[in-house]
Write a protein that binds this ligand. Structure first.
Ligand SMILES: [Zn+2]
Length: 279
């Protein structure tokens, strides 16, 4: 096995491997899954379970990531979005982590301070350079998501870039100098022209498209009429909990997404009256 300075080799044979390419995960023809028992030929390797040799995530099998040559065409690749809808729930954290580590490995080939080729730090999962400039850890873009509620109704919006006309919660990236709460107030005012209050944190989700950490909130409507930012949104309107309770609505986000969890938490809170929405 080649030992590239931009990767790390396992001390013992891992039980499971994923193989990542910028165009998708390599599918094992024997199992029709992205998992391999021996590593496919690759440019580098990184651990998926890194906490003191113990599995860090929910799966109990030590897993590693094989990084495939980005310049080689592979006929049997599956994009992560496809795998997320097909893979067992227990595999999803490792698939998401593999995707983010793959993009990080590819993006951090050269030091942004001196332009030298990067090498993997011997003790940490971070890139460094021969001039010992600051370590480059896997990075995330923090963003907020908010479901605004108004009695038995909540506000959902359809973005221009939404998949299949989907309605979702409002969301946006945290700007330099902002805290998460300030971002929520700003995004709501910018996108739909509303004032909110009773902002409260609900849950977060690591989202690998690409490398976002979503912080989810509920908020109460306070004032204003909907004034759409048409550069961002096609439509925004109030939906009743009764409407959203109907099964298999085609325009809602997929189960398992933070947006859907916020919506389902609101709908559940309306069953017995006007309890505050919560997960
Ligand atoms: Zn450097």
């Amino acid at each position: 096995m080649n030992t590239s300075p931009r990767s790390r080799s396992p001390d013992q044979a891992p039980l499971r491997w994923l193989a990542w390419h910028p165009n998708g995960f390599l599918i094992n023809p024997s199992t029709a899954t992205p998992w391999f028992s021996t590593p496919p030929g690759a440019c580098g390797w990184l651990p998926l379970d890194i906490c003191a040799g113990r599995p860090r995530l929910t799966h109990d099998l030590p897993a590693w990531l094989a990084l495939l040559d980005p310049t080689t065409a592979y006929p049997n690749l599956a994009p992560l979005r496809q795998l997320l809808s097909e893979a067992p729930a227990a595999d999803l954290p490792q698939l998401a982590r593999a995707q983010q580590l793959g993009h990080w490995w590819q993006a951090e080939q050269y030091c942004s301070h001196c332009g030298q080729a990067t090498v993997l730090h011997p003790a940490e999962l971070a890139f460094t350079c021969i001039n010992q400039h600051p370590l480059r850890y896997p990075t995330f873009n923090p963003c907020v998501m908010v479901l605004i509620t108004r009695g038995q109704h909540c506000l959902l919006a359809r973005h221009h870039r939404s998949r299949a006309g989907q309605f979702s919660c409002l969301a946006g990236f945290i700007e330099a100098g902002e805290n998460a709460e300030e971002t929520v107030h700003r995004e709501v005012l910018e996108e739909v022209g509303l004032r909110i209050d009773s902002l409260r944190y609900a849950a977060s989700q690591n989202w690998p498209f690409a490398s976002q950490l979503m912080l989810g909130f509920y908020a109460n409507y306070a004032a204003g009429d909907i004034q759409l930012d048409t550069a961002e949104l096609q439509e925004a309107r109030w939906f009743s909990a009764e409407t959203l309770r109907e099964p298999n609505l085609p325009y809602l986000p997929a189960k398992g997404t933070l947006s859907r969890r916020l919506i389902d938490g609101f709908v559940d809170s309306c069953v017995d009256g006007d309890k505050p929405a919560a997960l």
